[in-house]
Design a protein around this ligand. Sequence first.
Ligand code: NI
Length: 173
Amino acid sequence: MNSLTILRYPDPRLHTVAKPVAAVDARIKELAQQMLETMYEASGIGLAATQIDVHERLIVIDVSENRDQPLVLINPEIVWSSPEKRLGEEGCLSVPGIYDGVERAIGIRMQAMDLEGKLQTHEAEGMLAVCIQHEMDHLMGKVFVEYLSPLKRNRIKTKLVKQKKDEERDGDR
Ligand code: NI
């Protein structure tokens, strides 16, 4: 198992804006594979390259019940979003243990390259649409807690900073 380290909020590197993937080559294929393994290992439904400190427009997702329908999105762009929005609870592998409501478009249409370098159009709704919007925010350097009130966000920040300190102290023993 080749798990990558997932950056945790409030790590400032999570606010880096990703650059387009220049070529879908062996390096990108290997990276996508490692990201999928890392996502499955962490029981997540999506992971953006930003979260593993690689600042290129690459996302992996699997919202299937059996965890057997991986989706790799390279240089994704949302070309249409429904005007209808819905408030839903979200979590994030970079913000462990925190869940809160975020308003998202209920349907989207997007274009992205696949692992063969072919441009594909995807229509998504429900959990997949939410997940794509959440992961695309990561590529823009945005973490979902930034949609919450400053008060809530500061509480989350304090909690996670403390959690990290506790872990580091325990690790030193
Ligand atoms: Ni996330």
